[in-house]
Write a protein that binds this ligand. Structure first.
Ligand code: ADP
Ligand code: MG
Length: 328
């Protein structure tokens, strides 16, 4: 087959994709609401006939994970755990079990800064209605924040809470996990160049029209500004900030990243961006470093290979992990 014919055929196919999607011909782009945030999918179309199906599978995967792990949906497997695991061991799916194991690994790595049982107190905050727990509630419930209270039994694939008032929430890791799952679906479908995000968690593979991808990090105190715009390749990037879900009461900012030691919002930093090979890791570590604060956070990241960090302290000053600082 001569090259011209092949090219003509490709043009025809990509044109037909253009009709059904918001695409600039070679690219399929789609944004939608899931997990209480916006997800963006963008991938280069190699096989136009397959593109709608591939996109739908990615969208379905995001919704499937939301339905499985949402703490707000009473039918989710996570809600079932929260209802029953204080009274008896609850048998759970492979997938959720594996993510609970991974969460426990991040708890150990971060000496408890990452702790899904933060929700034992955390569930009493409502950032939309500016509601927070009283000092007394925090004092009474704080002892339930302890990842060691979430007992996992590998042989029976069960989870059991050893304290009666433990609650868990995967909000610090589930979106990253969902992004990894979606990238895997795209790769399995033959996609080479793609961008997938869910809220502050993104992952890119390949290139954007033969150039690097540019991913912006939001300015933590000015919605209309970017702090930096990074040229990137084959990486996951996750930002945790105190500006996404918060309210201010009596001059104090209450936001959605909770220090397990206090049951209150962590306040040493304004934002943490992590670059890592997988989105699950980037997500869990951005939440963790936010809790750990400047010194302990940078020390953790500098001790890990393949992980980089960009931090904004409470005064708005930028700090970098050693590998990035060396480039500057
Ligand atoms: P976002 O959810 O905006 O992407 P993060 O990745 O930083 O931001 O995750 C924040 C979420 O992590 C919170 O909404 C909550 O569900 C969960 N979380 C809060 N504090 C902790 C903690 N100490 N350990 C683990 N998860 C946490
Ligand atoms: Mg996170």
């Amino acid at each position: 087959m001569n090259l011209f014919f092949l090219k003509a055929k490709l043009v025809f196919i990509t044109f037909s994709v253009c009709i059904s999607f918001d695409v600039d011909c070679k690219w399929t782009k789609h944004s939608f609401e899931v997990m209480g945030t916006q997800s963006n999918i963008e991938f280069e179309v190699l096989d136009a006939k397959m593109a709608p199906n591939t996109l739908q599978r990615v969208i379905d995967e995001m919704h499937r994970i939301d339905a499985l792990m949402s703490p707000f949906k009473s039918t989710s497997e996570l809600s079932k755990i929260n209802r029953l695991a204080s009274t008896h061991p609850v048998h759970i799916s492979n997938e959720l079990y594996d993510l609970l194991v991974k969460s426990a690994e991040f708890s150990k790595l971060t000496q408890g800064a990452f702790d899904i049982s933060f929700s034992s107190v955390g569930y009493l905050y409502n950032y939309r209605t500016s509601v927070r727990p009283t000092e007394k509630q925090i004092e009474n419930l704080k002892r339930n924040i302890n990842y060691r209270s979430v007992q996992l039994n590998k042989d029976n694939q069960t989870v059991k809470f050893v304290q009666p008032l433990v609650k868990i929430d995967l909000g610090g890791i589930a979106k990253g996990y969902a992004v990894d799952q979606c990238i895997q679906i795209l790769k399995d479908s033959g996609v080479v160049n793609a961008y997938v995000s869910a809220g502050g968690d993104s992952r890119i593979i390949g290139k954007k029209d033969d150039r690097l991808w540019y991913i912006g990090i939001k300015h933590p105190r000015d919605k209309n500004k970017l702090l930096v715009n990074l040229p990137l390749e084959e990486v996951s990037i996750s930002t945790s900030g105190d500006y996404e879900r918060f309210f201010v009461k009596d001059g104090v900012r209450y936001h959605h990243i909770i220090d397990p030691k206090t049951g209150d919002s962590a306040r040493e930093l304004q934002s943490v961006t992590i670059l890592a090979p997988s989105s699950t890791t980037a997500d869990a570590l951005s939440t963790s470093v936010f809790v750990l604060g400047l010194d302990k956070g940078l020390k953790l990241i500098n001790g890990l290979s393949d992980i980089s960090a960009i931090l904004v302290d409470s005064q708005g000053r930028l700090h970098y992990s050693d590998d990035i600082a060396r480039l500057k």
